[in-house]
Write a protein that binds this ligand. Structure first.
Ligand code: ARG
Length: 587
């Protein structure tokens, strides 16, 4: 279905054209004075200059055409030449019924689907997931769902950090602890054990210990670096051990992400590009893109127009080891080979923006990517504590994701318990769902690039612009529908024209769904969906308070209202799903 705002714009644009003016002045927007009108067109004012005519006169000319159209209830000139527009109730009714009957709530998917890879999550193997990875997971998952809804082929890749120094640290620490393991014997010819020489809990202890040691002890650091380089060169025992680390770690990560309701299509990692590194190095050398600087193999990516210094892109270290930059370049190569995407979107902490600027420039300058592959970096801000500093545990350590989820779930649990009217049935499961909504919505309702304060009380509140408030609205509708079901009321599936101003407002809000989806897709901005469902929930709750649906005696009216709230529920649930949030049945 065409967006309502577009439909109206087209009519007004053609009225401008028919009156002899450029149709570009006919763009219509939602009214910023809903008390005066539903929509407005302000184009007469800027056009006045071009046509040397009073804006009021231009508006008057346009109005003559608009008045012929039967979609408008009222078109009026206001102030110096604004055109105020109201739509006929019957037209709104028709629009809502079409939405109601269509599969996708009337959203037309893109007729030219693209292949989009979304690189998000970015967990590091052998290190615990912390809140820094939370934003990437939450935002990336939402953007992925939005792109899919719009109709694109989307591939979500967790892009594990599995090829860096932390692996070398774990390997050399294990070597210190259990030198007898076959992984360390270079002459070992047999089969390596199937079982990992550590559990996930042990692994969670090994890395921090090793990392602390390496920071204060140069020998330990050199050992870790050497182990990393040897691993990357393919030393058998290290590869076997690395697989064990990967296995144990990924199993745990999968559990964590699934608890968050975040699902990846690919569990690839930095290591997957390694098989292309030699090819890439040869390619870069043959095409004279590289030079050596202090033992490093680099590509100069500076431009004459640069206003700040962009350091050269480092391809390889002197010992041949790959860096973060190498793995990202190799991953682009790999993704082109395997998926031939139209776009790659990286959802990563904005403090990595220079790194991505370097990777993108290098890929473009060396023609590894052509002009037809879009590379986009979506850098997000930091989640801070109330002190305005990055969120930490009370002791000042890195907050583990699991602990964070527990904190918010407990906060919601307490709130649910406080509220007598809430059933304690399945309270644990409900607290988990509502807690997740608090966490995700608290994050997604902010602009991605901004830092925000993690405020448990605010996020878990059942009032205001929060996840729990939206869920409460959905649950309220579900509860009415349960009652209707219980009384076995047979309703038709038609929505009537609105019966009151408040109901009309609800109609107007519902018609905006596809417009909001488009905006959130184009700007990669889940917060636009949050703004929308908050507004919609408020409008719905106002309608709910003034309407007695269940006891309504006029059965066609009652029937229409039931359909209206079903449609509202569908719009809310579909939008929540795009944010990666699920509503419980009760709360
Ligand atoms: N593992 C990285 C980190 O924890 C994030 C990875 C982001 N994606 C990428 N292609 N570099 O910082």
């Amino acid at each position: 279905m065409k967006m309502l705002i577009k439909k109206i714009s087209e009519i007004v644009e053609s009225a401008f054209e028919k009156s002899g003016y450029d149709k570009k002045y006919g763009v219509v927007t939602t009214s910023n004075r809903p008390d005066l009108c539903q929509f407005q067109c302000n184009g007469a004012l800027p056009s006045a200059k071009q046509y040397r005519r009073a804006p009021k006169q231009i508006a008057q000319d346009v109005l003559e055409w608009l008045e012929k159209h039967d979609i408008f209830e009222e078109v009026r000139i206001a102030g110096p030449g604004f055109i105020n527009i109201n739509i006929k109730d019957n037209f709104l009714k028709k629009y809502l019924n079409e939405m109601y009957d269509s599969d996708n709530l009337g959203y037309d998917t893109d007729p030219h689907p693209q292949t989009i890879i979304i690189d998000y999550g970015g967990a590091n193997v052998a290190k615990p997931l912390h809140v820094g990875h939370l934003r990437s997971a939450i935002i990336g998952e939402s953007i992925k769902r939005i792109c899919k809804f719009v109709g694109h082929n989307v591939i979500g890749d967790v892009h594990l950090g599995d090829w860096g120094l932390q692996i070398g640290m774990v390997i050399s620490e294990l070597k210190r602890r259990k030198p007898e393991l076959p992984y360390f014997d270079e002459d070992f010819q047999g089969e390596y054990p199937n079982k990992a020489p550590f559990t996930i809990d042990e692994l969670a202890e090994i890395y921090p210990t090793a990392s602390k040691l390496a920071k204060s002890n140069k020998i330990a650091m050199d050992e870790a670096k050497l182990a990393t380089a040897e691993l990357q060169k393919g030393r058998n025992g290290y590869i076997a051990l690395w697989r064990q680390i990967l296995n144990v770690s990924v199993n745990d990560l999968k559990k964590n992400y699934s608890n968050l309701n975040v699902e990846f299509d690919l569990w690839n990692g930095e290591s997957d590009g390694q098989k292309y590194v030699d090819t890439i190095v040869n390619y870069l050398k043959e095409n004279n893109h590289t030079s050596t600087s202090e033992g490093l193999l680099v590509v100069d990516i500076s431009k004459e127009t640069d206003t700040y210094t962009i350091p050269p892109f480092i391809v390889l270290k002197s010992n041949g080891a790959a860096l973060y930059s190498t793995t990202d370049l190799a991953t682009i190569w790999e993704r082109i080979e395997e998926y031939n995407p139209d776009q790659i979107i990286y959802v990563v902490d904005k403090r990595q923006s220079l790194h991505f600027e370097q990777v993108f420039r290098c890929a473009r300058k060396t023609s590894i990517t052509g002009e037809d592959l879009k590379l986009d970096f979506i850098g997000f801000g930091t989640m801070n504590g109330k002190d305005g500093k990055p969120f930490k545990t009370r002791e000042g350590g890195v907050m583990r994701l699991q602990d964070l989820i527990k904190i918010i779930k407990d906060a919601v649990y307490d709130k649910l318990k406080e509220n007598d009217s809430i059933s304690t049935y399945k309270i644990d499961e409900i607290a988990r769902k509502v807690g997740l909504s608090a966490l995700k919505y608290g994050d997604l309702s902010n602009q991605i690039t901004k830092d925000y304060v993690f405020d448990i009380d605010r996020f878990s509140s059942f009032e205001g612009n929060t996840g729990p408030y939206i869920l409460y609205t959905v649950v309220r509708i579900k509860s009415i529908l349960r009652k209707i079901n219980n009384e076995n009321f047979q309703y038709s599936n038609k929505i009537e024209a609105p019966h009151s101003d408040i109901e009309r407002n609800l109609f107007l809000k519902l018609t905006k769904f596809n417009e909001v989806i488009n905006q959130s897709f184009e700007n990669k901005a889940p917060n636009k969906i949050c703004d929308y469902i908050y507004d919609l929930s408020n409008t719905f709750n106002r309608f709910y308070h003034e309407t007695k649906i269940i006891t309504e005696e006029n059965l066609t009216k009652k029937s229409s209202w039931i359909n209206l709230i079903i449609l509202t529920m569908k719009v809310l649930e579909t939008s929540l799903d795009l944010l990666g949030i699920k509503a419980p049945e009760r709360m």
